[in-house]
Design a protein around this ligand. Structure first.
Ligand SMILES: C[S@@+](CC[C@H](N)C(=O)[O-])C[C@H]1O[C@@H](n2cnc3c(N)ncnc32)[C@H](O)[C@@H]1O
Length: 242
């Protein structure tokens, strides 16, 4: 729900839903319980096979392998795109697809890494990512474990001392408060996930404002851009009806 808010269960009930870049289907696994009328998950990668297995008990869900950038449909009532646009060569082309595939009157919702609040990550992760793309995944996993260990201790310390308000000015504070509740394996997964992505483009709030303003079909009164954990953005809105 944290990823999807401000959308909630009632926005999905009896609605057709499209997830662009569904990965292993972990979000759809939850959304499928919110009584949508039909669901399509699309992903470029081999994760579609896992997604099909994960969602095998939901006859209303279909998973297809394909490039979201070129996807064309008659339009869905709700289109979500979570953690994907920032990995595309041209993120705006992904958003074009989100908007194109949302039906008149339908809603779209995306989540991206923010340029704001990620200075330390950009400084430390980007050089490592450059190296890791040439390494086998098991080596990247070892690098992820070593690289994330200090951040794990940092986040745990911040959560233990959350009553010390002066600490709130420290880098990645809000993100640390969120992830600090998780076990080490979650940190390891997050670091591995960062390092195996070939590219990440950190997107600023002003870029999102410009992008959203550029689509005449969006009802501007419905647009939202919400910061999440101090270092990422949820944004979305509604397409004009008719
Ligand atoms: C970080 S994962 C997010 C998965 C899922 N949305 C979630 O939140 O669990 C990013 C996904 O985007 C997919 N992806 C990247 N580029 C894509 C493209 N051009 N078309 C479709 N999927 C793409 C990747 O294969 C990967 O599964």
């Amino acid at each position: 729900m944290d990823w999807i808010e401000p959308l909630s269960k009632r926005d999905f009930e009896n609605k057709s839903v499209l997830e662009l870049g569904c990965g292993n289907g972990s979000l759809l696994f939850h959304l499928a319980n919110w009584k949508p009328s039909q669901v399509l998950g699309m992903d470029l990668g081999a994760g579609v096979h896992t997604a099909r297995n994960n969602l095998a008990n939901f006859p209303i869900v279909r998973i297809v392998q394909g490039d979201l950038v070129t996807h064309v449909s008659n339009g869905y009532d709700v289109v979500i795109c979570i953690g994907v646009l920032h990995h595309l060569k041209v993120p705006k082309e992904g958003l074009d697809s989100v908007i194109r595939n949302t039906a008149p009157g339908g809603r779209f919702h995306c989540w991206v890494y923010g340029r704001e609040g990620n200075g330390v990550v950009r400084l430390l992760v980007e050089p490592l990512r450059g190296v890791c793309r040439y390494l086998p995944w098991r080596i990247t996993d070892l690098i992820a474990i070593a690289a994330v260990m200090p951040f794990y201790m940092y986040a745990k310390l911040l959560t233990w001392f959350k009553h010390v308000t002066q600490l709130q000015a420290l880098p990645l504070y809000q993100y640390a408060m969120w992830i600090g509740k998780e076990p080490f394996k979650f940190f390891r997964h997050m670091a591995f996930d960062q390092l195996i992505a070939h590219r990440t483009i950190y997107i600023s709030q002003s870029t999102l404002v410009d992008w959203l303003a550029s689509y005449a079909v969006i009802d501007k009164s419905t647009v939202y851009i919400i910061q999440r954990n101090g270092n990422s953005w949820k944004f979305g809105g509604q397409i004009k009806s008719g």
